[in-house]
Design a binder for this molecule. Structure first.
Ligand SMILES: NC(=O)c1ccc[n+]([C@@H]2O[C@H](COP(=O)([O-])OP(=O)(O)OC[C@H]3O[C@@H](n4cnc5c(N)ncnc54)[C@H](O)[C@@H]3O)[C@@H](O)[C@H]2O)c1
Length: 315
């Protein structure tokens, strides 16, 4: 793809991750944040991340993606000449609506404008804007330069040409896009994560298992498969004759679990406290940043493994 200028609006955790993705792909990246200290600290963090990626061969050692990044002190400067805009501001509808009103007013007429929102529909963010047909959700996972998935979620009025253009752009930048056929709160990723979290909290609440044992079950079991296959492929391979055979054998059991649980309930504060206490006993507040860096290093190692081991569906 021809390199272009990309504008990143909001340079917190996700904005800085996008900067790595787009600059790694050869694009010019303009970073703007309402808090200029935040933009500067994002750039410092990016300068720590890039050498780690280069050391593992996840970016070209001779390339300098940071050299394609520029800090902008105004939204106008960031947007001027940008063909793609990625908004990564706070996850609040009113804030996103205000930012999108500015983006639609100031961005180049041909620019596509995406939000990183974790669950707010574009139908609610850009409704009423003149340029709403160029707006859509492009929801990444954290950090986007290590987890390639991007959920592309157009509103009913997003132009199909914009959807095609944005998917091609993101796929070309090394991400893996999935297109949602309709808008739904939370999209696919967080709805799946939410379903698992509901059950995890309930298992702890019922005294069935500790927080660590629930985590261990995912870490040493389900999660090992999940790094290269999803739940449907999992069940397809877990019965001799595939999905229908699996459902025949175990469908009733899963229905019983769902019926036993009944309607979901809020996680009560006392339960959240229990989970928090158990986690803090395993990992102190002070060690959280170290452990986040550890997580990113494990993800980098996994990305290296997956890049080497990627094989087709029938292999
Ligand atoms: N953290 C995650 O795991 C994750 C994953 C996927 C998507 N997201 C989504 O990405 C978005 C950003 O999340 P984050 O975790 O990076 O949050 P964050 O709090 O780290 O960053 C938000 C940034 O937006 C800036 N900001 C606030 N108002 C602004 C404005 N008017 N213009 C420009 N910048 C402004 C803030 O100064 C801050 O630096 C959210 O919509 C979030 O739901 C987060």
């Amino acid at each position: 793809m021809v390199p272009m200028k990309v504008a990143l609006v909001g340079t917190g955790l996700i904005g800085l991750g996008w900067a790595v993705v787009f600059a790694r792909a050869g694009h010019q990246v303009a970073l703007y944040d309402a808090d200029s200290d935040q933009a500067e600290s994002a750039l410092r963090r990016i300068r720590e991340i890039l050498p780690e990626l280069a050391r593992l061969g996840l970016i070209d050692k001779d390339d300098d993606p940071a050299g394609r990044m520029m800090l902008c002190d105004s939204l106008e400067a960031a947007l001027a000449g940008a063909g793609y805009v990625q908004e990564s501001g706070p996850e609040r509808l009113a804030v996103k609506r205000a930012i999108f009103a500015d983006l639609d007013r100031l961005a180049e007429p041909s620019a596509a404008i995406a939000t990183s929102s974790s669950g707010i529909r574009m139908g609610a963010i850009a409704d009423g804007l003149e340029g709403r047909s160029r707006c859509l959700v492009a929801h990444p996972a954290n950090p986007p330069y290590l987890l390639p998935i991007v959920e592309v979620v157009p509103a009913a009025w997003t132009a199909p040409e914009v959807v095609r253009r944005v998917r091609a752009f993101l796929d070309d930048a090394g991400q893996v896009t999935v297109l949602l056929n309709k808008e739904v709160d939370g999209f696919v990723l967080n709805r799946l994560q939410g379903a698992l979290l509901h059950e995890a909290f309930r298992l702890v609440e019922d005294g069935v298992a500790t927080v660590d044992d629930v985590d261990k079950t995912v870490r040493e079991g389900l999660g090992l498969r999940w790094s290269f296959m999803g739940p449907f492929e999992t069940i397809d391979l877990n019965a001799p004759e595939g999905v229908a055979d699996y459902v025949d054998r175990l469908g009733q059991m899963y229905l019983d679990f769902a019926l036993q649980r009944g309607a979901p309930e809020p996680w009560p504060p006392a339960l959240v406290e229990t989970v928090e206490r158990q986690r803090r006993a395993l990992l102190s507040d002070a060690d959280l940043p170290k452990r986040m860096a550890w997580r990113d290093r494990r993800l980098m190692a996994l990305a290296v493994h997956k890049a080497q081991a990627d094989e087709g569906p029938g292999s």
